[in-house]
Ligand binder design. Structure first.
Ligand SMILES: NC(=O)c1ccc[n+]([C@@H]2O[C@H](COP(=O)([O-])OP(=O)(O)OC[C@H]3O[C@@H](n4cnc5c(N)ncnc54)[C@H](O)[C@@H]3O)[C@@H](O)[C@H]2O)c1
Length: 313
């Protein structure tokens, strides 16, 4: 795989931590270059880790050429809650990182790109239930605006320059290998850590806020699957809806109480409530199912049990 190496940008984050381990297992650690501004949580976690700022286009291009990279998974971004607090910095990171990577593909330096979009592309005018692939997209968060602009950019580079960029509209992700990185669904990861330490938890969303969520293993599987599907089967070049489960903080608390009956959650909604209220309750992912065989495996019950099993280990 000498001329076929993979570069993961943002490898120390919530998705990157899990994705790099899977890529290393599948393609061999020597073929995966993990990169981030920050080192991985565990020392020597990856065979190849480099410190890289995706916004430094000169160094990015040099590294990609030096390492014979053919695919990039671009995960560096400012997430929804964080982005509301740093609008300009987030716009610059979320947009210029994507432009830098798409340009490498346009110039045929690399062959394929994965870039995640988000359910944040939907807004208050989108249908809430089973939100379809094609619908009104009027995001009200700056994060959603960058994701929608990013989707349009991906389609433009595909249509105009035949850039093979593939994308998923990810819901809130729940995994145990790392904490979440400043999003509106972070409560659904933090809550497990509190329960395990026998502490009560104060949730920043109201108890009835229903949102689309997904266990990390499902998300990694979707990413690997869309990236290995035949090019002609990828019919959507903005970004695919994918879905797994939808639940409220109250429903998650109820699940956790099965393991920790004395666990309690207080609800104190903050500025993130407004973002959550603008997002769908559930997602219709028919196109992903038909085009490349997507199917989620983890229910709320199953992901709760997996979280406790892995976190207590
Ligand atoms: N985690 C989720 O629930 C979720 C849901 C929908 C979409 N997404 C999208 O998936 C992608 C990854 O999300 P995540 O949760 O892993 O994010 P994260 O915040 O946990 O990780 C992002 C990583 O990018 C790194 N980074 C930031 N600026 C950088 C730069 N200039 N150069 C290189 N690295 C830089 C950070 O150090 C961090 O390790 C993002 O595009 C996000 O919008 C995530």
């Amino acid at each position: 795989m000498k001329n076929n190496k993979i570069l993961v940008i943002g490898s120390s984050g919530q998705i990157g931590t899990d994705l790099c381990l899977s890529l290393e297992r599948i393609y061999g650690a020597e073929n995966i270059i993990c990169s981030d501004l920050n080192p991985p949580k565990e020392k020597n976690q990856h065979k190849n880790f480099i410190k890289l700022d995706v916004l430094d286009n000169k160094i990015l291009t040099r590294k990609v050429k030096e390492e014979n990279i053919s695919e990039i998974y671009l995960l560096a971004a400012s997430l929804s809650a964080l982005a509301e607090k740093n609008v300009l910095i987030s716009w610059e990171l979320n947009m210029n990182s994507l432009i830098n990577v798409l340009e490498l593909a346009r110039k045929k330096i690399i062959k394929k790109v994965f870039w995640p979009s988000s359910i944040a592309v939907f807004g208050p005018d989108s249908p809430k239930l089973n939100t379809p692939q094609n619908t009104i997209l009027n995001p009200s968060s700056i994060y959603g605006i960058t994701k929608l602009a990013g989707e349009k950019l991906c389609k433009y580079y595909y249509d105009k320059f035949d850039v093979d960029v593939r994308s998923l509209r990810l819901p809130g992700l729940i995994g145990w290998r790392s904490l979440a990185g400043g999003g509106t669904t972070d409560y659904a990861v933090e809550i497990f850590y509190y329960a395990l330490k026998n502490n009560d938890y104060t949730c920043f969303l109201s108890k009835e806020t229903i949102l689309p969520m997904m266990y990390m293993d499902d998300a990694i599987e979707a990413i690997l699957k869309i990236m290995t599907t035949k090019k002609e089967n990828i019919k959507i070049r903005t970004s695919y809806n994918i879905s797994a489960v939808s639940f409220t903080p109250k429903e998650l608390e109820k699940q956790i109480k099965i393991y920790f009956p004395n666990f309690n959650v207080k609800f104190k909604p903050d500025y993130r409530q407004k973002i959550a209220d603008s997002w769908p309750d559930s997602i219709d992912d028919q196109e992903a199912k038909v085009d490349w065989g997507w199917k989620a495996k983890f229910s709320l019950e199953k992901l709760t049990s997996e979280m406790f099993k892995n976190l207590s280990n």
